[in-house]
Design a protein around this ligand. Structure first.
Ligand code: PGA
Length: 245
């Protein structure tokens, strides 16, 4: 499977800077050995859709509501995202689970909404440092997989240990491999043979200097990149480290 390098811009990017970042990524995107996805804030999606349309860089959002429309002040539906040119959406990021009280059940409903609108869900899972220290990390992430994914799930998983996000710290390669193998087994248990087709990204302090080592780990199907995705040189260097498939 071709690896996927996805940029999560989080709450960053005014109009001029976002267009410049998209242009710079596009300028270096030719002949990379991976699929590329950028996920800007909602306010930049329409502008980026115009820049990225017809290119090999896909466009995604960072969240959505589960319903198609209705009385949900301040929310954005999957259909609205598809309408403005998104083909993917990040769901259940730990910052949303923590700051917006999203549960596995919330994420499950949003995954169904995304599928209804033909968006590829990128579902985030990951443990806290206390859970890892207590030896609970495999059980926690297995529970998130079982609780967040419908049985016909056809998207992507991003394993992001919460203590590695934005901290410059990463798990050991052995720890990443153990978790990704555990996630693969959980996917088979939950989805049957279709579990083989789900790419499992690693996220959390992926940088140009650690990307090659992380992307070479068995069962790592790409990377979800936060901070380093805001610098086109860094994002492209990470993408150049991908293993072609
Ligand atoms: P980071 O963020 O690369 O800045 O650690 C990753 C993420 O939260 O998706």
């Amino acid at each position: 499977m071709r690896q996927l390098i996805a940029g999560n811009w989080k709450m960053n990017g005014l109009t001029a800077a976002s267009a410049a970042l998209a242009d710079a990524i596009l300028a270096g995107a030719d002949s990379l050995p991976c699929d590329l996805l950028v996920c800007p804030p909602f306010t930049q999606i329409a502008a980026l859709a115009a820049i990225l349309r017809g290119t090999m860089v896909s466009l995604g959002a960072q969240n959505c509501h589960e319903a198609a429309s209705g009385a949900h002040t301040g929310d954005i539906s999957p259909e609205m995202l598809a309408d403005v040119g998104c083909t993917a959406v990040i769901l259940g990021h730990s910052e949303r689970r923590q700051n917006h009280h999203e549960t596995d059940a919330t994420v499950h409903a949003k995954v169904l909404g995304a599928a209804r609108a033909s968006l590829m869900p990128v579902v985030c899972v990951g443990e806290t440092e206390a859970q890892r220290d207590a030896g609970q990390h495999l059980a926690i992430v297995g529970g998130q997989i079982a609780g967040s994914l419908p049985e016909n799930f056809g998207g992507v998983i991003a394993y992001e240990p919460i203590w590695a996000i934005g901290t410059g710290r990463t798990p050991t390669q052995a720890d990443i491999e153990a978790m990704h193998c555990h996630i693969r087994a959980s996917l088979f248990a939950h989805l049957g043979p279709a579990g083989a087709r789900v790419r499992i990204l690693y996220g959390g302090s992926v940088k140009p200097d650690n990307a090659a080592a992380i992307l070479a780990i068995p069962e790592v199907g790409g990377a979800l990149v936060g901070g380093a995705s805001l610098d086109p040189k860094h994002f492209l260097a990470i993408a150049a480290s991908a293993i072609g498939g």
